[in-house]
Design a protein around this ligand. Structure first.
Ligand code: GTP
Ligand code: MG
Length: 193
């Protein structure tokens, strides 16, 4: 991807506002603060394309990014954000569910989890939900820079096991600071665009 050619197309909540680009879409899903927006910036080779924040709940709409006219990244608002009210959570649920189950151009979901910890109940529900709808999932375990090299494989194994990952789904350790495994993740995505 040419970093100069990555830009936000639009933010949308309702299906009638989703962009019609003719390109395939890859969505990023994961807990609030796990690093979805940072992942998009790292993949696109440019900081500040997607807005990041140390405060969880920054991304509240579906944000569509044109990745060099090759495909579209869709930054999905994070789940598990405690400060959301019940009605906000319900609205979030309906929007995400609608997008993930009905969007014809969506071919793959990158589910981000925090490499430091076992998957949360929300992570497991999300993975199960995606598998129920037979969506291909690539799991990206973020913040790998915070784990000693020698422990990374062990953490990866725990995540695979707890998510009961299907053998055809791939998992990668990642860090938006050092961008490890970025080419491998890009190659895995290539199949879906
Ligand atoms: P929401 O939009 O709230 O759902 O969050 P998000 O998943 O988009 O997270 P975001 O990319 O905004 O990152 C949250 C915080 O984690 C920021 O302070 C980032 O700098 C930090 N962060 C993200 N990825 C990494 C990583 O790989 N390593 C480290 N050390 N910090 C990271
Ligand atoms: Mg975000």
């Amino acid at each position: 991807i040419n970093p100069g050619n990555v830009d936000i197309i639009t933010s949308a909540v309702k299906p009638e506002h989703y962009p019609e680009t003719g390109l395939k879409e890859i969505a990023l899903s994961g807990r609030s603060n796990v690093g979805k927006s940072s992942f998009i910036n790292a993949m696109c080779g440019r900081k500040g394309v997607a807005r990041t924040s140390s405060k969880p709940g920054k991304t509240i709409t579906l944000n569509f990014y044109n990745a060099d006219n090759k495909f579209v990244f869709v930054d999905v608002p994070g789940y598990g954000y405690a400060k959301q009210s019940k009605s906000e959570r319900e609205k979030w649920g309906a929007m995400i569910e609608g997008y993930l189950t009905k969007r014809e151009t969506l071919t793959c979901v990158v589910q981000l989890v925090d490499l430091r910890h076992p998957p949360t109940a929300d992570d497991i529900s999300m993975y199960d939900f995606l598998k129920y709808y037979e969506m291909p999932v690539i799991v990206v375990a973020t913040k790998a820079d915070k784990i000693a090299r020698g422990k990374i494989q062990k953490h990866i194994s725990v995540i695979k096991k707890e998510l009961e990952m299907e053998p055809e789904d791939q998992i990668f350790a990642f860090s938006s600071l050092d961008k490890r495994n970025l080419p491998e993740i890009m190659t895995a995505l290539q199949k879906f665009v």
